[in-house]
Write a protein that binds this ligand. Structure first.
Ligand code: PLP
Length: 461
């Protein structure tokens, strides 16, 4: 075996098509429902919010969907991203495991979010849309969409969850540098925001609330402005498969195949991105290689490990269609932990269905051990990870230590979804011992479940 660290592909190796896992599912994902009729929605219901190019991808059953050439052209700024063997971390842990990470922080936006921001901006631009409205938690998604809108000459309006707006001023400045307008959500600019502020004037905000605001701006714009979501939806997960498609080639270059694939989960897009191309072999017999897939979430936002698999709204104010997903309830207002991008009440329907069917496992971790893993990783590998990505690192390290305890060789692949260079205030709090661990109480989950919409599933199907 060589002593290589980095496994780099050429620009010509940037995938030419996204992988659509919907083509290989044992059974289709339950349909998205109209919030009033509880009947499956059609393309026309989504048209006020999304361009037809994306709606078609949302419902497509084609296995491979071509990446538009103008998008591939911009991907060349940073793709293919490197696959790196964490040899120094392996040494530090004294483990027989081989640890690989796909480094999506190499994107100019600092995370994997640009992979979907670019095609989303492209399809909107192609259909004459002038502006995109969106929400952002930590600001990673907002900065990616601001950059993509800038590349395609469109305006961008971002509703940033207040707690992150206050914790992470540099992300706001980054978005503004790319020409975006940024508000601390909840705002008094929308009905949704005003409703929340009337009940709780000092609301810290949540992704659910910010989504309501951005959806309202798009839905009332008369078509000039559409809405863009950075995770959860099928087309977003589809775009992220460029990560796994590249990683498969790179693992081949390394002469190994992963025993475990790990990603943090907010709405589920970066895990899906790295996992789905490998997961195909598990779905399509007889190629099952026995790989395990692990979703890592914060104990403060445990949608997979403590939530229920049910129809729910994607936002707080009940403007979106109903999605069958693992959810903590759309009324969920998370604690102000530092992984802002993971504080969402639900999980992507595709990932939820695969978790429900047992193809994916889930683990919840506290923020202090997560930051301990992040610091250990930074000291070994020289990259300060985003707090979100650090959740994947925690479990990658735990896997490597478990392999050591059992004296096993294990090939571990995780997605380093972003860097944390603009999250240093969170690191300072951790280093000063000021971060608190928070376990979301089961009673709160039970209470939120009483607010779920009552859907007759048979009628819906
Ligand atoms: C760096 C990073 N990783 C992960 C996530 C979580 O999102 P998803 O589960 O869609 O990948 C975010 C969300 O903002 C993020 O910024």
């Amino acid at each position: 075996m060589s002593d290589q660290y980095k496994f780099n592909l050429a620009e010509a190796d940037i995938p030419k098509a996204y992988y659509n896992i919907a083509a290989d599912l044992p059974k289709p994902v339950p349909p998205t429902l109209h919030p009033a009729t509880h009947r499956p929605i059609g393309p026309d219901d989504l048209a006020p919010l999304f361009p037809m190019g994306l709606i078609q991808q949302e419902v497509s059953a084609e296995r491979y969907i071509e990446i538009p050439e103008p998008v591939r052209e911009i991907y060349k700024l940073y793709r293919p991203t490197p696959l790196i063997r964490a040899r120094r971390l392996e040494k530090m842990l004294d483990t027989p495991a081989h640890i690989y990470y796909k480094y999506e922080g190499a994107s100019p936006a600092g995370s994997h979010k640009l992979n979907t921001a670019l095609p989303q901006a492209f399809y909107n631009h192609q259909e004459g849309v002038k502006k995109l409205a969106t929400e952002t938690g930590a600001g990673q998604w907002g900065s990616a969409l601001a950059m993509a809108c800038n590349f395609f000459g469109m305006a961008c309006e971002v509703f940033m969850v207040r707690v992150s707006y206050d914790q992470k001023p540099y992300r706001r400045i980054l978005m503004e540098t790319f020409g975006a307008t940024v508000h601390a959500s909840p705002t008094d600019l929308t009905n949704a925001g005003r409703m929340v502020l009337a009940e709780q004037p000092d609301s810290p905000g949540s992704l659910g609330i910010a989504i309501s605001e951005a959806v309202e701006v798009a839905a009332t714009s008369g078509g000039a402005c559409k809405y863009s979501l950075g995770s959860v939806l099928n087309h977003v997960l589809l775009h992220q498969t460029v990560i796994g498609l590249e990683a498969m080639k790179q693992m081949e270059m390394a002469g190994e195949y992963p025993d475990v694939v790990i990603g943090c989960v907010g709405g589920g897009s970066n895990l899906a991105g790295i996992a789905f191309p490998f997961l195909q072999s598990k779905l399509v017999p007889p190629n099952n290689k026995g790989t395990r897939f692990i979703a890592v979430e914060p104990t403060a936002t445990p949608s997979l490990t403590k939530g229920v698999y049910a129809y729910d709204f994607g936002d707080t104010v009940q403007l979106t269609p109903l999605i069958k997903m693992y959810t903590l309830g759309h009324t969920f207002v998370p604690a102000g932990i530092h992984a802002g991008g993971l504080r969402y009440h639900g999980m992507a329907p595709l990932l939820s269905a695969l978790y429900d069917a047992g193809y994916i496992e889930a683990v919840a971790v506290h923020q202090n051990p997560t930051f301990a893993a992040a610091v250990q990783f930074a000291q070994a590998e020289g990259i300060v990870p985003a707090p979100e990505s650090a959740h994947a690192i925690r479990v990658a390290i735990d896997q490597a230590l478990d392999a050591k305890a059992r004296g096993q060789k294990r090939v571990i692949l995780f997605n380093l979804s972003g860097h944390g260079n603009l999250d240093l205030a969170a690191y300072e709090q951790y280093l000063d011992g000021k971060l608190e661990d928070y376990e979301y109480p089961a009673e709160k989950v039970a209470e939120a479940m009483t607010h779920l919409p009552r859907v007759q599933e048979k009628a819906a199907a």
